[in-house]
Write a protein that binds this ligand. Structure first.
Ligand SMILES: Nc1ncnc2c1ncn2[C@@H]1O[C@H](COP(=O)(O)OP(=O)(O)OP(=O)(O)O)[C@@H](O)[C@H]1O
Length: 313
């Protein structure tokens, strides 16, 4: 058991009820220092509510949470001082430059040192690759640049932990790549990052750890490899007649049988691969390819949450 002090984020039985609805149901988050923790789940599964509790923006109905070893309820100032966050994004002024917007944002932070504002603003803009566009008006920024500016806003002070709620929501593929790249490089410098998303493709390439939410519960958590290991292997059959193949797999007793284009994917359970191939051939299904593989992240989420995830924007 790891002590909370060794973890960047730890929660115990964290719960939030809204009236009769339990939006977050007793979750125990474990985010080690240095991790990029992909906090995944379909819309409405409780990610934002969890993040708002972590940041002290709403109080939990039950349970506790620590950030960087400090209890958020008891010691909010030390807990939150070195935590940068992006939740619903700051409101930037369209007619001011990116730099002027960050100066305004810094002025709103009562703890910041005015003498160093300019240097910190430029360092943050440089960090997110926007220094060359510092004097450009915000309204002329692309979506990716706007989001990078928002992340720069979270970097005006030194941060050990960044909490980003759906940072690529609404971005085009180019903007998504920019933000993903930025998160990856911040992590390489040693900042722990908790990043939420309902889109698999956004976080799977950069996450060292995953937590998967489904209807308020944390249904899987661990290193990316551990989480993948919690689910069973899948068989994949590629064929010109996927519907016929699906019927064979269902008759054989495979579970989670799903047709995806010319591929049929299922969990074999106790049915050995030889038996599957034999039954397909016997039923006259032309098999182009057959494989037993570790589940893709998409398979994983279907198994864990019972829902398909959006694979892209
Ligand atoms: N202030 C509130 N009052 C009542 N219900 C709320 C409130 N905030 C969230 N909820 C409900 O709690 C559940 C979880 O919402 P939450 O926003 O945390 O999910 P999410 O996983 O972040 O989804 P999304 O990606 O859509 O934000 C939802 O059913 C939502 O309607």
């Amino acid at each position: 058991m790891t002590a909370a002090g060794d973890l960047a984020v730890a929660t115990t039985g964290l719960t939030k009820r809204f009236g009769a609805q339990t939006a977050v149901d007793g979750i125990d988050l474990v985010v080690p220092h240095g991790a990029v923790y992909g906090f995944l789940g379909p819309n409405g599964s409780g990610k934002t509510t969890t993040i708002r509790m972590l940041l002290g923006l709403v109080s939990p109905s039950a349970g506790s949470r620590t950030l960087l070893g400090y209890d958020v309820a008891r010691d909010p100032v030390p807990a939150l001082t070195r935590v940068g966050c992006l939740v619903e994004g700051p409101a930037f002024h369209p007619y001011l430059s990116g730099r002027a917007n960050l100066v305004r944002l810094d002025a709103a932070d009562l703890t910041s040192d005015r003498r160093t504002t300019r240097a910190r603003v430029d360092a943050a803009m440089d960090r997110v690759g926007l220094l060359a566009a510092a004097t450009k008006r915000y309204r002329n920024y692309s979506l990716g640049m706007r989001q990078r500016l928002a992340i720069a806003g979270a970097l005006l002070q030194p941060r050990d932990l960044l909490v980003l709620d759906e940072p690529t929501n609404g971005l085009d593929p180019q903007g998504t790549r920019e933000v993903r790249h930025l998160v990856g490089s911040l992590a390489q410098e040693g900042t722990t990052v908790l990043v939420s998303s309902h889109l698999l493709s956004e976080v799977e390439q950069i996450s060292t750890h995953l937590g998967v939410m489904s209807v308020g519960r944390l249904v899987a958590q661990g290193t990316a490899a551990q989480v993948r290991g919690t689910v069973a292997p899948v068989v994949r059959v590629t064929t010109a007649t996927p519907d016929a193949a699906r019927d064979v797999l269902v008759r054989l007793g495979l579970s989670g049988v799903e047709v995806r284009g010319d591929e049929v994917v299922a969990q074999p359970g106790d049915v050995v691969p030889e038996r599957v191939v034999e039954a397909l051939v016997h039923a006259g299904v032309g098999v182009r390819a057959f494989a037993v593989t570790a589940p893709s992240l998409e398979d994983l989420f279907v198994q864990l949450t019972g829902e398909g995830f959006d694979v892209s924007g």
